[in-house]
Design a protein around this ligand. Structure first.
Ligand SMILES: Cc1cc2nc3c(=O)[nH]c(=O)nc-3n(C[C@H](O)[C@H](O)[C@H](O)COP(=O)(O)OP(=O)(O)OC[C@H]3O[C@@H](n4cnc5c(N)ncnc54)[C@H](O)[C@@H]3O)c2cc1C
Length: 546
């Protein structure tokens, strides 16, 4: 069997390596149009910031090392320019010499990754505007920094935020421009607000709702023009608006594309041509929660899909089970992580859901170095499915999101989260882990032990509603919801006679714990009551201007 692989990084190289481990006889040719194979593209922003000191540490393998260890025929600086399906050939071009030739295949694997979204903005070809996709992009950005760039403007999601953080680490004045009203679309806005505040805390200027309309040059400096007439001067611009699947060649060869423009594959990663497989950022797949076609370019899916293709090529049936979009991002001292769908996506998909917020400590509060994290859990109204989770915090965020992602993959419901037995010692967690706590709170809601109100309901509360602030007087004096009454939870039992059973009480505190206690007291005393999920901490990120 001769297998030709297009693209020599995540999906392509994962496929090649697995294929060799399963089949010593296969002839495996990998074409990579760039100068490097198997490089750590996810590490690029961190070399810009000097966190990954040595550039060579990003070069995981070379064609020589792959020849020696896996007997792979890896040809870098060689681009596949066309596919002749009828003849089972690919046309290739050597980038350096321009020489072209054909290579025959029995099976073809397409792993060409993604290309950057580049809207037709005037001036986008300015030499100080960079993408961040390859080592060469990274080198160009670093060269600009080393040449004395002092001001950077950054646009983009995950990669843009990572670039912003790392350019700031280098001492640049950094401005992030975002067209949407919030950063990082995969998060819900009140979660993204925490990320924005962290960037600002570290001196990054953030402008949301600020779409870029074009670029001009002023003596080598880029002048970024934004909607509404604002301009921003920059010595370098990182333009990382996101990715589109690299599917043009597949399309030209007559392979079926999906509704989102990615190469369409079945769950064995096979394209519409049974001799051609595809994986990674070039394909669209089934989204795990809603089951719709999705495009989520992430390293984990790409690597797993590459490995599965190799299994399938060797006759081992391996089926892809959908993409959850589990991801994690460092933003200075914060960790931001998510899995599954957010509220916006659930509404769009027409999936009913319930939600809870919780602010547990990353590990035991009495052990040094802990901090609260904000967790948001979305689940089906019957509690049998976890639909999504978002966590923003400091210690232990990544492990909690991974537990929740695993729970989702295992089709556990919130009822099961109550029973998970998770490792605990004070430096690492709490005896009731944050994930258990999410289960407790969600199950309390579904069992009727608590009833929440949410910040976004403020304007639609009943006219006779009483907003009852159960925090201490000093907290109340510092800030409170408009027209709220203060009665600290500790005084509630003694002063219950001051309350009116005919009116509905909407209680709140800082994070939701004291107001939950108040809820339980008032409920058992016969009051109509609901408690603010997530407390004023969530409230102020729903209404950042409040
Ligand atoms: C800066 C950066 C940071 C990232 N950080 C993260 C992260 O933290 N977590 C995460 O999950 N994901 C991250 N990603 C995304 C992740 O890297 C991709 O999802 C993953 O690499 C996709 O793998 P792939 O094999 O499909 O494509 P790639 O890894 O991009 O590889 C495709 C290769 O194919 C080559 N190629 C394309 N066309 C041809 C052709 N015609 N002929 C020959 N070769 C061709 C390209 O040169 C490229 O090297 C990051 C991406 C970038 C750019």
């Amino acid at each position: 069997m001769k297998v030709v692989i297009v693209g020599g990084v995540a999906a392509g190289m994962s496929c090649a390596a697995r294929l060799r481990r399963l089949n010593e006889q296969a002839q495996i040719v990998v074409f990579e149009k760039g100068a490097h194979v198997s490089f750590a593209n996810c590490g690029l922003p961190y070399h810009i910031g000097g966190v990954i000191v040595e550039r060579d540490d990003l070069l995981v393998q070379t064609p020589e090392s792959l020849r020696a260890s896996l007997n792979l025929d890896v040809r870098v600086l060689t681009e596949v320019t066309a596919i002749d399906r009828a003849a089972h050939l690919v046309l290739v071009r050597e980038v350096r010499t321009g020489r072209t030739y054909t290579e025959a295949y029995d099976k073809l694997v397409l792993a060409p990754g993604a290309r950057s979204i580049r809207p037709p903005l005037p001036g986008l070809d300015h030499p100080a505007i960079f993408e961040l996709r390859t080592l060469e992009d990274m080198d160009r950005i670093l060269a600009r920094v080393q040449a004395g760039a002092a001001r950077a403007v950054v646009m983009g999601g995950y990669i843009g935020i990572e670039a912003a953080e790392n350019l700031r680490r280098r001492g640049l004045e950094v401005t992030v421009l975002e067209k949407m009203p919030q950063l990082m679309g995969p998060l819900d806005p009140e979660m993204a607000q925490l990320l924005q505040e962290e960037l600002v805390r570290h001196g990054v200027h953030v402008h949301t709702g600020c779409g870029v309309t074009g670029f001009t040059d002023r003596q080598g400096v880029v002048v970024v023009q934004a909607e509404g007439g604002a301009t921003f001067e920059a010595d370098l611009v990182v333009f990382a608006l996101g990715s589109l699947p690299q599917a043009a060649q597949a399309q030209a060869a007559g392979l079926t594309l999906g509704t989102l423009g990615g190469i369409a594959v079945n769950d064995q990663m096979q394209t519409s041509d049974p001799d051609i497989y595809a994986g990674g950022d070039a394909v669209e797949c089934r989204e795990f929660v809603a089951g719709k076609s999705t495009y989520l370019p992430l390293a984990g899916p790409a690597n797993r899909q590459g490995r599965m293709i190799a299994d399938n090529l060797c006759g081992r049936e391996s089926r892809y089970r959908g993409t959850q979009g589990t991801s994690v991002l460092q933003v200075f001292d914060l960790t931001v992580a998510l899995t599954g769908l957010n509220e916006k996506a659930l509404r769009k998909a027409g999936l009913p859901y319930r939600k809870v917020y919780l602010s547990p400590m990353g590990h035991a509060g009495y052990y040094p170095g802990s901090a609260p994290m904000r967790c948001k859990l979305l689940f089906s109204p019957d509690g049998n499915r976890i639909l999504g989770a978002q966590i923003v915090g400091h210690d232990g965020v990544d492990k909690r999101i991974d537990v929740l992602a695993t729970a989702m993959r295992g089709n556990l419901g919130v009822w099961d989260l109550e029973h998970l037995e998770l490792a605990y010692a004070p430096p690492y967690g709490s005896a009731k882990d944050a994930v258990n706590m999410l289960g407790f709170v969600a199950c309390n809601l579904l069992r009727g032990d608590v009833d929440f109100w949410y910040a976004e309901e403020l304007d639609s509360l009943p006219l006779d509603a009483v907003l009852l602030d159960v925090r201490g007087p000093a907290e109340f004096a510092a800030w409170h919801l408009p027209d709220a009454t203060n009665l600290p939870v500790g005084k509630l039992r003694a002063q219950q006679d001051t309350l009116d059973k005919a009116r509905p009480y909407f209680v709140y505190c800082k994070v939701g714990l004291r107001s939950y206690l108040a809820y339980r007291i008032l409920k058992q005393l016969g009051f109509k009551v609901r408690t603010l999920s997530g407390g004023t901490d969530v409230f102020r990120t729903v209404y950042p201007a409040a």
